[in-house]
Design a protein around this ligand. Structure first.
Ligand code: MOS
Length: 750
């Protein structure tokens, strides 16, 4: 076929395409890490330290070894040592994958209450868990610092950071605050949060000589493989990570934690394939959570609402054995055009498990404080909180004057106010009622930076018209492969059904990690580049044939559609081009070179880019019991070009749900005497359930970002930002009470 009818161009980008993995997930065919079978599979369970700090003086494993089916009990007395964790360095980004610096089972030292001190391997999971409960360590205890609230006054300034210096000074914020006719000065506290993804962490490790296969739900094939290679002294080529589905990551599956390392170690020692599926409690004891914080936000303004001073300082914690310094005050670099800005971050180190990333680390809790303070300032000024924000909307990035790649916060608030019925809000506290319920409406700004990283991608076009995209990606529940299939289908002009995305194996070209909301943009850039290369190769092949209608054409004059390249009414399908040339397939590979990294850093220096939005919340508060019910939600977001309206809305809704948990229920309770997590399970750590969540309306402005591939920016994290403040501000409106301490439990409203 050399000619085709002209059809209206049909594209997939932008459409609410159903997720390609939907049927596999709804029928139960989708297999998660723990669900792979090996004939020699053995099962592992962990023994956790019950002191915060000290040394193991003896460890009695006799009773555990006597349990029928127990194969091995590994402790520091008999386990071979892994290589130590690499020092965290920005020159080796994979060093960031070390959950902690502890070399498990190579030391008698205990660094936190919950640290694994032994691993039992048995023929069944039941035998392993039963035997683990019979291991008896004896300890010499040492003094431990575990109480964040008590230690907080001793915090020291945070040192440098890869992405942003923690300290910012513009003008003289303290003097401006003192001189301001209107001001607020508030101190907020937020608790530790722990990861409670639907799928608890699980690993299967299989050694074959010096070759290792690992099944794990990971957010980073690259980091996991590199880290295991370092710790077990084998080359990366000998390690294969398989990860088909991740049952929720949120940052908790970005690092390499004890469970993974000890499964690989146990498999090496026993010569068996080993599976370790962590209990919910074991996830809490071995996988870091979100740091608690204290924050001060002080705002000074003129009587017309123009900000004159913005002060935002924070104290967070790390573990003495690791954990990133969370960028809590970064939102205050970007949101308001204050002439005087002072930002500081301080840290304490505790004898607790290292903290880690958890959905929008920094912005989630930082936006709670900043956006609550802005709301309080609006009360002080007697000004509408949206109007106050609009009066302080900056033209350029407030702290350094850099240009925004685009910024549609004004539009987000305008659209949101209209759709939410903001005009019907009676601004007086307690003035709106629904029967006995007090009704409140609150707003807050959502903000999360956008990045992209270099990603490797191969695209293959076969003579039968099939397209295969190959890229090790992380399907953390968001439809990552679906949107890349849409992009490739449009890039080549083929039907979506012709595209297959292979993503679940580290032997594929490595994409980007699923973190920092950057996987989709990173991979999309390389998919687009590979599609262009393929079209060029197909055109070059066609032009060699004297009878090709594409002879003499340049790619930029052609349209990719209907399975081939076309110019007006003439053209050729890829299948015809390949068949004539006698080729079975064409392939294009994009390698993530070092230049890509330089380009990324240059891009970051040049633009301030972000996903942002306006969160609108309505609550009902019971005046007698203090019960808070979120009754309506609307989020209006600027996330650049929307690739898939359905998966985008789902991700944003998921973020809002998680934010409602942050606002109202989620709180890890650490025993201040022992450092033990007291609520290491879903019975006592409350995440929202369906009954807690109203209908959530999500609206995207769908304006492309001119600096991003297809104009898209990531949507993974922005949804949770601003949510805590929007709830707190709605509660303030309903009750007149400003809650400065998350979560907003009913006792704080009585
Ligand atoms: Mo994330 S908190 O960058 O997985």
């Amino acid at each position: 076929m050399t000619t085709t009818d002209i059809k209206a161009p049909e594209t997939y980008v932008g459409r609410p395409v159903d997720r390609l993995d939907g049927p596999a997930k709804t029928t139960g065919e989708a297999r998660y890490a723990a669900e792979h079978h090996y004939p020699d599979l053995a099962y592992a369970a962990l023994v956790h330290a019950t002191i915060a700090r000290g040394r193991i003086t003896a460890i009695d494993t006799a009773a555990a070894r006597a349990v029928p089916g127990v194969i091995e009990v590994l402790t520091h007395e008999n386990a071979p040592a892994m290589k130590p964790a690499p020092k965290v360095s920005m020159l080796n980004l994979s060093s960031l994958a070390s959950g902690t610096s502890v070399n498990y089972l190579a030391t008698d030292e205990v660094h936190w209450n919950g640290q694994p001190v032994a691993v039992v391997v048995a023929e069944t999971s039941e035998a392993a868990r039963h035997a683990a409960g019979l291991v008896r360590p004896a300890y010499q205890e040492l003094p431990a610092v575990v109480d964040f609230a008590a230690e907080e006054p001793n915090a020291t300034p945070q040192k440098g950071n890869m992405l942003a210096e923690p300290a910012v000074d513009k003008g003289d914020a303290r003097a401006a605050l003192a001189a301001a006719p209107v001001s607020v000065d508030l101190r907020f506290t937020t608790p530790q949060h722990n990861h409670n993804a639907i799928e608890p962490h699980a690993t299967i490790a299989v050694w074959d000589g010096d070759r290792l296969t690992v099944h794990e739900g990971t957010q980073s094939f690259g980091w996991l493989r590199k880290h295991l290679a370092m710790r077990f002294g084998v080359t990366e080529r000998n390690i294969r990570v398989v990860s088909s589905f991740v049952g929720g990551g949120f940052g908790g599956k970005g690092g390499v934690w004890a469970g993974t390392l000890l499964t690989v170690l146990a498999a090496r020692v026993t010569g068996r394939s080993v599976r370790l599926a962590l209990t919910r409690a074991a996830v809490n004891h071995t996988v870091g959570g979100r740091t608690p914080s204290t924050q001060r936000v002080a705002l000074g303004a003129d009587t017309d609402g123009s900000l004159t001073a913005l002060i935002h300082t924070s104290v967070a914690r790390t573990g003495r054995i690791g954990g990133p310094a969370e960028q809590i005050t970064t939102v205050s670099r970007h949101l308001y055009a204050a002439p005087n800005i002072h930002l500081r971050q301080r840290l304490v180190q505790l004898d607790l498990l290292a903290n880690t990333s958890m959905r929008a680390p920094g912005e989630s809790i930082g936006s709670y404080a900043l956006e609550s303070a802005m709301d309080e300032l609006a009360w002080e000024l007697g000004l509408d909180p949206i109007e106050l924000r609009m009066r302080n909307e900056p033209e350029r990035n407030p702290v350094d004057g850099k240009p925004f790649s685009r910024r549609l916060l004004r539009e987000a608030y305008a659209v949101g106010a209209e759709r939410f019925g903001w005009r019907e809000r009676d601004p007086r506290p307690g003035a709106m009622r629904d029967g006995r319920w007090l009704v409140g409406m609150g707003v807050a700004t959502a903000y999360h930076p956008s990045w992209k990283m270099p990603a490797g991608v191969t695209v293959r076009l076969s003579a039968d018209g099939g397209v295969e995209v190959r890229c090790a990606m992380h399907e953390i529940g968001v439809g990552a492969a679906t949107v890349q299939a849409q992009i490739a289908a449009d890039g080549l002009g083929v039907p979506l059904e012709a595209v297959r995305v292979r993503y679940d194996d580290s032997d594929l070209p490595l994409g980007a990690m699923a973190g920092g909301s950057m996987q989709t943009a990173s991979v999309a850039e390389s998919v687009l580049a590979a599609c262009r290369k393929l079209k060029q190769s197909a055109l070059a092949l066609a032009r060699r044939a004297p009878d090709s209608p594409l002879r003499g054409r340049r790619l930029d004059d052609l349209e990719a559609r209907d399975g081939g390249l076309h110019h007006g009414t003439t053209g050729e399908t890829y299948a015809a081009i390949l068949a004539r040339a006698g080729r079975g397939h064409l392939e294009a590979a994009i390698k993530p070179g070092a230049l890509g990294m330089v380009g990324m850093l240059r891009d970051m220096r040049r633009w301030v880019k972000a996903a942002c939005g306006a969160q609108f919340c309505e609550v009902r508060v019971d005046p007698d019991t203090g019960e808070v019910r979120v009754s309506r939600w609307l989020g209006v977001f600027d996330v650049g070009r929307v690739i898939n309206a359905k998966t985008t809305a789902s991700q944003l809704r998921g973020g809002i749900v998680m934010g409602i948990g942050l606002a109202l229920t989620e709180e890890t309770l650490v025993d201040p005497r022992t450092g033990r997590i007291m609520n290491a399970g879903l019975a006592e750590y409350h995440v929202p359930v369906h009954a807690d969540i109203p209908r959530i309306d999500v609206h995207c402005l769908d304006e492309p970002d001119p600096t991003m591939p297809l104009g898209l920016v990531g949507v993974g994290e922005v949804g949770i930002t601003g949510v805590g403040a929007a709830v707190a501000n709605a509660v303030r409106h309903a009750t007149g009470k400003r809650v400065l301490d998350l979560p907003i439990t009913l006792d704080k409203l009585l």
